[in-house]
Design a protein around this ligand. Structure first.
Ligand code: ADP
Ligand code: MG
Length: 443
């Protein structure tokens, strides 16, 4: 088929699929694909990215069936990723970092461009950009980045690597995970020759060592690294390390190495705050070309607060689940994440948590809610917060009054009565709001 025939064929298939799939699934998974003309009768579709390809494979039987209905021929359906020639694309997930395919161990998906900057990583990001831009003669040597798992240390390190590779291809940049570094060293010992190991590391134009904590307790390795470090450091070569803890907490590290590690810049990465988590989710879905309703973003961001790797995993799970369920809503997200959202990581219910969620829901500050202002836009949310403190926490009227800026217990009673009666008289807006708020509180 030529390209016009292929396009027409595909259009007909899409029309048939409209009857078989929900609008959302069709829009999310089918419409972003383009048919690619082939000579062998195979129906070849190109998906915008690997993530998309992975998910849409579930629909192949459906597509194949539709194609057969239209043309009367049972043909193979294959999906490739746009821009990649071969259909047999191995799964490349952004989370897997050891991409020896690119030859240098750097994951091309980890760039500064797709790193979301927020309060927890702002400083680390700035330091990394600065080193990547100015490879020689900066004061941040060595750079020591530490923080918990899944917070973006490897991403930042690879972003430096990719940037430098692109801008300064002649810089002999060496990236290694320290586990591998240790293994190479052990092999070197058993072979009895240090030459190639030393050549590789002591001649680096820039050395990136990921997860340096693996050299803890390995004294011979530390000895070797000490000399590598000094050689590079003295010739002004940048050394960048990531670690799951600060140098002071590396227990079995030789003192002189600890001193070296601490002699440059030490930056930490903190878990992302709510806004950053939201921004990362938005960013990821944009990258993956999927439309996600705001309240679903909110649900995931509010409940998965541990680290970014889990956040990404949660989004994938929700998208996958929504594809099976045929809709993408907070209910689907709750169902999809029910094993992931541990009761402990759920918002712990307290007057603060309730007020915080209510304030966010109505786009106002906690201070507004607790303030003495009586205008409706503030008093309504305040009454809802009071009502929830009463019904969900079972606090007494006087306790609630004290919490909300020292109000009289009769004010609280009135608020609770008012909300209760509005709910029973089916005030639709109020019911919708309270349901939304309760959902966010996992009530
Ligand atoms: P670490 O090395 O700290 O354990 P990673 O760098 O492997 O964490 O990050 C885990 C996942 O989260 C990766 O897929 C990475 O791309 C993503 N990630 C981390 N931080 C950010 C960020 N600020 N913006 C976008 N993605 C991020
Ligand atoms: Mg890492």
């Amino acid at each position: 088929m030529d390209s016009a025939q292929t396009a027409l064929f595909w259009n007909n298939i899409v029309s048939l699929l409209e009857n078989e799939m929900t609008d959302l699934s069709l829009k999310t998974w089918i419409l972003p694909m383009e048919p690619v003309p082939t000579k062998d009768g195979v129906l070849l579709l190109s998906a915008p990215n690997d993530f998309h390809r992975g998910f849409v494979e579930m629909y192949i039987p459906l597509i194949r069936n539709a194609a057969q209905q239209i043309s009367g021929v049972d043909r193979d359906v294959r999906i490739i990723v746009s821009g990649q020639e071969t259909p047999a694309v191995p799964e490349v997930r952004p989370g897997t970092s050891d991409l020896s395919a690119s030859g240098n161990g750097l994951n091309p998906n980890y760039s500064f461009a797709n790193f979301v900057v927020g309060s927890g990583n702002r400083f680390a990001h700035a330091a990394c950009v600065s080193i990547a831009e100015k490879t020689a003669g900066n004061n941040f040597n060595p750079l020591f980045i530490y923080g918990g798992s899944g917070l973006g240390k490897t991403h930042l390190m690879h972003a430096i690597g990719n940037h430098v590779r692109q801008r300064h291809p002649s810089c002999n940049l060496v990236y290694v995970q320290s586990e591998r570094f240790v293994n190479e060293f052990i092999n070197t010992i058993s072979e009895g020759s240090f030459d190639s190991f030393r050549n590789k590391y002591r001649n680096a134009g820039m050395l990136l060592i990921d997860d340096i904590q693996f050299i803890e307790g390995k004294l011979q390795m530390q000895e070797e690294f000490f000399h590598t470090f000094n050689t590079l450091y003295e010739s002004g070569k940048n050394i960048i390390m990531t670690c799951d803890k600060p140098p002071t907490a590396l227990s079995t590290l030789e003192e002189r190495l600890r001193t070296r590690f601490s002699s440059g810049l030490i930056v930490d990465i903190q878990p992302p705050d709510y806004e950053t988590r939201l921004a990362i989710l938005r960013r990821r879905s944009q990258d993956e070309n999927v439309q996600v309703p705001e309240d679903v973003f909110d649900y995931i961001a509010a409940n998965i607060a541990t680290n970014i790797r889990e956040l990404e995993g949660a989004l994938k799970t929700v998208l996958y689940y929504s594809m099976l369920a045929g809709e993408l809503s907070v209910e689907t997200a709750q169902e999809a994440l029910k094993d992931l959202v541990q009761p402990a990581s759920r918002v712990k219910l307290s007057p603060d948590a309730i007020t915080d969620v209510v304030a966010r829901y109505y786009n106002m500050s906690i201070e507004d809610i607790k303030s003495s202002r009586r205008s409706k836009d503030v008093s309504n949310p305040r009454q809802i917060a009071m009502y929830l403190c009463r019904t969900a926490l079972n606090l007494s009227f006087p306790e609630i009054g004290i919490y909300f800026g020292g109000r009289d217990h009769s004010t609280v009673m009135h608020a609770c009565d008012k909300i209760t009666s509005e709910i029973s008289s089916q005030n639709a807006t109020l019911i919708k709001d309270i349901t939304g708020i309760k959902k966010r509180l996992s009530l």
